[in-house]
Write a protein that binds this ligand. Structure first.
Ligand SMILES: [Zn+2]
Length: 235
C-alpha cells in the first residue's frame, strides 16, 4: 500500500480552511453581533413585561385607595347622622350603627387587599431593577461582541491566507492523479477525501476494515481506498 503521506497534511489544511471559511462567512454576516443583540432585546422585552405588571398593580392600588376613601367618607357621613340629632328613631339609629360597622368592615378588607398589592409590587419592583441591570449589561455586551468579531475576522483572514499558501505548496508536490481523486472525493464527502488508517479503522468513516480487505490493500498497488466510504486511505 503506497500513498503520499503528505495527502493527510493537505487534508488537514483543507479542513482547517473549510472551518475558517465557514467562520468568516458567519462573521461577515454579523452573526455574533446579531446573537448578542437578540439576547439584549429579549432582556428588554422581559423588563417591559415587568414594567407592565407594575403599571397594572399601580392601577389596582389606586382603585383600592379610591374605594377605601369613598367607603370612609360614607361611613363618616353615616356616623355624623347618629349625633347630629337628625334621626331620633331608635330602630333607625340601630340601622345606621350597623351600616357604619358594615362600611368600616368593608374598608378594612380593602386595606388588606391594598397591602397585598403593595407587597406584590415590591417583589416585582426588585425583579424589574435586576432585569434593568441585566438589559443594560447585555446592551453593552453588543458593543464588546462587535469589537471582538472585528478582531476575530481579521485573525481568520490572516490564518486563511497563511493556510492557503501552505495548501498550494503541498498540492504542487502531490501526484496529479492522486490530487484529482482527492479533490473529487472532497466534493462528494463533506470535504474529507483522505483519511488515516489507524489499527485497521478508517478515520474518515470510523469503520473497521475486514482482514481480507486489509490484506488486499497491503499487497495491492493502486490508490488504497476505504471499502466502506471509498475515501483514500493513508497508512
Ligand atoms: Zn472509510
Amino acid at each position: 500500500m503506497r500513498v503520499d503521506p503528505r495527502l493527510l497534511d493537505l487534508q488537514e489544511q483543507d479542513s482547517a480552511i473549510d472551518r475558517l471559511e465557514a467562520r468568516r462567512a458567519a462573521l461577515e454576516r454579523g452573526e455574533p453581533v446579531m446573537e448578542a443583540r437578540r439576547a439584549a432585546d429579549e432582556a428588554e422585552r422581559a423588563l417591559g413585561e415587568l414594567r407592565l405588571g407594575l403599571d397594572e398593580l399601580d392601577r389596582e392600588a389606586s382603585r383600592l385607595e379610591h374605594e377605601i376613601d369613598s367607603i370612609g367618607r360614607k361611613a363618616a357621613d353615616e356616623e355624623a347622622r347618629l349625633y347630629d340629632g337628625s334621626v331620633a328613631n331608635a330602630r333607625e339609629l340601630d340601622a345606621i350603627r350597623r351600616e357604619v360597622e358594615n362600611l368600616r368592615g368593608r374598608a378594612a378588607a380593602r386595606e388588606d387587599e391594598l397591602l397585598a398589592v403593595m407587597e406584590r409590587r415590591e417583589a416585582i419592583e426588585r425583579d424589574a431593577l435586576a432585569a434593568e441591570a441585566r438589559a443594560a449589561e447585555l446592551r453593552g455586551e453588543v458593543d464588546r461582541v462587535r469589537g471582538d468579531a472585528e478582531r476575530e475576522l481579521a485573525a481568520v483572514l490572516e490564518e486563511l491566507r497563511a493556510r492557503t499558501r501552505a495548501r498550494e505548496a503541498l498540492a504542487e508536490a502531490i501526484d496529479a492523479e492522486l490530487l484529482d481523486l482527492y479533490e473529487r472525493l472532497r466534493r462528494q464527502k463533506k470535504g474529507v477525501g483522505a483519511a488515516a488508517l489507524v489499527d485497521g479503522v478508517c478515520q474518515g468513516c470510523h469503520e473497521q476494515l475486514s482482514a481480507v480487505e486489509l490484506d488486499r490493500l497491503k499487497r495491492g498497488d493502486g490508490i488504497p481506498r476505504c471499502e466502506h466510504c471509498r475515501r483514500i486511505l493513508v497508512p
